[in-house]
Structures are given as structure tokens and as C-alpha cells.
Design a binder for this molecule. Sequence first.
Ligand code: ZN
Length: 148
Amino acid sequence: MIRPILHYPNRSLRQRCEPVHEVTREIISLVNDLAETMYAAPGVGLAAPQVGVPLRVFVVDVTPSDKEAFLRVFINPEIVHRTGSADSLEGCLSLPGVNKVIERSAGIIVRSIGLDGDPVELVADGLLSFAIQHELDHLDGILLTQGR
Ligand code: ZN
């Protein structure tokens, strides 16, 4: 189900989200909705607070549009290692028309749990790394306009 994407200055975008305690059917349904809403927008990432759900969940897909989709799901994500820094030109579905250069870590290792409830670790750089850092900011109520 496509859910409405909240726009700045909606207060839901400014809160610190709560961890998921168990991957229930509701969480799986939320993930499916996030993916559907992100692809419909279209965007490369979407976090639960952007649809008004204050949980630490987001989806990312940075695959070029001429390639087959590859959805990545992050539940309770945490960056456990960072390397380097790089400028990233970013937009946000909650801030239509705004683009901003933000200094990000160039490479990250992110730990989260998968839809099966098991821990997963991902090494990311480039666009994927930037997208993950952007979505992670959403879980802490940080929007593009604040930058770093
Ligand atoms: Zn965003």
C-alpha cells in the first residue's frame, strides 16, 4: 500500500524513533509499504518516520533505473565503522525541490537486523553509503536542512 509521504515541517519528521523489538507481521507490512511508496515516488530511500511511523526502519534501493531493483531493508540500523569523508548532493522526499551538499562518511559498516530477525552487517560506500546515512538521520529526526 502506498502511504502518504509527510513533508517538512511535519512534527513526525523531527522525533527520535524507537527501536523495533520484534519483526512482527505489522513490521513486514510497514517494510512492504515503505518499498512500494519509495518506488512510486520515485526515490532511493524512505524511512518509517516519513510515513508517520516512529520506528527505526528504512528501505534503500540505489540501483540505476535500467537495472533490476535491489531492495535493502534496515531495522534498528547502527553505523559501527566509518572511513573518510565525501560531499554528497542530496534531496529528500520530505523536502521536495531542495538539494543540498552534505558532508558524509565515504564508507560505512552498518549493522541492523533483517526481516528474519537475524543480525546483518553491510559494508557500503558511494551512493549506497550516502543513502544509508541520509535515512539514518531521519530516524533521529534530522532533516537535510540541518546538514552536519
Ligand atoms: Zn530524506
